[in-house]
Design a binder for this molecule. Structure first.
Ligand SMILES: [Zn+2]
Length: 92
């Protein structure tokens, strides 16, 4: 399936980038490296899909964020043990 850029509608590539994410409690922001992203050659946008955004948000809700340093890779973040089995705060 061809991946299309959400911004300009041109063909885009799967890539990864570093993102800055505010923790759910708003105390600080962390740096997440090697985050799956969509990269568009055409308009130069690099962005996370809604699916990835939701995965990160859910994970940050479910883990002990005090254990995260300033910087973590996406893979390491997703591998952290969850305190709850599911996100009870997700009413969507
Ligand atoms: Zn684009």
């Amino acid at each position: 399936m061809e991946l299309l850029c959400e911004w300009c509608g041109q063909a885009a590539e799967k890539g990864e980038n570093t993102v800055y994410w505010e923790l759910p409690d708003g105390t600080r922001a962390i740096q997440i490296t090697e985050t799956p992203a969509v990269a568009c050659e055409d308009c130069k946008m690099v962005y996370q899909t809604d699916e990835i955004i939701k995965k990160i948000e859910d994970q940050l809700f479910l883990i002990d964020t005090k254990k995260i340093g300033k910087c973590i890779s996406y893979e390491e973040l997703m591998a952290l043990p969850r305190l709850l089995k599911r996100n009870y705060f997700d009413f969507s």
